[in-house]
Design a protein around this ligand. Structure first.
Ligand code: DHB
Ligand code: FE
Length: 289
């Protein structure tokens, strides 16, 4: 059976790509953020996940305001990155797993999540940079297969935190029911607090970010009780990317333990956060023991 072995959430600011391209990982500005991945690298080398479900928000590369699905799932054999205009290097293509994608989509639709299914999908910085941070030495081939899952955080109305939590739970159920042996890591990329435009441009709320980092581990449902208006007020208009973290956490069905966590402000305009959670025991495996 497939097993969800852990969850990783991380900020996905484009300037991370610029810092990598210029080799600035150990400069005072970036060191703490990049060093947050040292324990992640150790864990990945030990656990060797086969596949990453990447829950993120597309920023206009694949979907635009004319057509904006609330939730979309990739069902392609390959996902290409493309130039988004940030001036960061385009990364090598990512191998998919179309068979698992269709299992996931069938299970989600049966679970009343009527997702948009995408047999072609371009992936943006929110997908590519966290994987590059996980595997900084990968060359033309990534050591992991991937399936993109997007949550609309661009065009209002956005799904609620409670809905994203339930989406994550449905993703978790779908993955744990896949009959093929494989180890899966679930990523939630984005956040934490940031606002890129309007009168509050540059807004960061460290206190709320630290509360989210605490709640996501031990009491994630507390985060599902915020309304979208409250999340925008507390975390900024782009802070709604927190939804990706909530969905990631929903997919981890068992007890979790924190392997690594770092918070460092600012990274560009963003509360920069990284967290790795180990999924200790799923209900299915618990029952089998
Ligand atoms: C920044 C943050 C984001 O989440 C993003 O998608 C683009 C830019 C920033 O802080 O600069
Ligand atoms: Fe973003």
């Amino acid at each position: 059976m497939a097993r969800i072995i852990g969850g990783l959430s991380a900020s996905h600011v484009p300037s991370i790509g610029g810092a990598i391209a210029r080799g600035e990982q150990q400069t005072p500005y970036w060191k703490l953020f990049f060093d947050a991945f040292i324990p992640v690298h150790d864990w990945l080398a030990r656990e060797k996940p086969d596949l990453a479900i990447v829950i993120y928000n597309d920023h206009g590369l694949n979907f635009f305001l004319d057509k904006m699905p609330t939730f979309a799932v990739g069902a392609a054999h390959r996902y290409d990155n493309a130039d988004e205009g940030w001036g960061i290097p385009v990364l090598p293509s990512f191998e998919g797993d179309a068979a698992l994608s269709w299992h996931l989509i069938e299970s989600l639709v049966a679970d009343e999540f009527d997702v948009t299914m995408c047999q072609e999908m371009l992936v943006d910085h929110a997908f590519t940079l966290p994987i590059k941070l996980m595997y900084p030495r990968a060359g033309a081939h990534w050591p992991i297969r991937t399936i993109p899952v997007t949550i609309n955080s661009v065009q209002h109305p956005l799904p609620t935190a409670a809905r994203c939590w339930k989406l994550g739970q449905a993703i978790g159920r779908a993955l744990e029911s896949y009959p093929k042996d494989m180890k899966i890591i679930v990523l939630g990329t984005g956040g934490l607090s940031h606002q890129l435009d309007g009168t509050r441009a540059g807004f960061i709320n460290k206190e709320f970010d630290l509360l989210c980092l605490d709640k996501i581990v031990g009491d994630p449902e507390a985060l599902t009780r915020y309304t979208n208006r409250q999340i925008v007020e507390l975390a900024g208009s782009q802070g709604v990317e927190l939804m990706t973290w909530i969905a990631m956490r929903g997919a981890l069905q068992g007890r979790v333990s924190k392997v690594a966590s770092t918070y460092h402000v600012p990274i560009s305009n963003t509360g920069g956060a990284v967290m790795l959670l180990r999924n200790d025991q799923t209900p299915a495996r618990h029952a089998a023991e």
